[in-house]
Design a protein around this ligand. Structure first.
Ligand code: ZN
Length: 113
């Protein structure tokens, strides 16, 4: 089973402008959410959405990308984004892809294979 979830990134001094759609397919040899984020950030290290705000157009862009990934999974077409983050920098007007690997010691998926 795969999950596609929104991500959020560093916030600028003006407003949150980063984010990434994520596709997690644990049990298929792919990394899961906990492989990427082993635990929550320290209390107070990251502002909440209610503290930092949300730029609606960034959320809309990421939502559209997530919906596309969901359609790809349902139809079994296209190149999988599992193990890759597509990072969107709205202020810079750019996208980049970051690969990440499965953690064999991951407490969530380390024993699934
Ligand atoms: Zn994992």
């Amino acid at each position: 089973m795969c999950g596609i979830s929104p991500g959020s990134g560093p916030t600028s001094d003006r407003w949150p402008s980063w984010g990434w759609p994520e596709r997690f397919c644990p049990g298929e040899g792919n990394p899961c959410y906990r492989c990427l984020y082993p635990g929550p950030p320290p209390e107070g290290a990251v502002p909440t959405c209610s503290q930092a705000g949300i730029l609606g157009s960034v959320a809309g862009t990421l939502g559209t990308l997530q919906a596309t990934e969901a359609v790809k999974v349902l139809l079994g077409v296209g190149e999988s984004m599992a193990g890759r983050l597509l990072v969107y920098d709205a202020l810079g007007g750019s996208f980049r892809t970051v690969r990440y690997a499965r953690d064999p010691a991951c407490p969530a998926c380390g024993s699934l294979d």
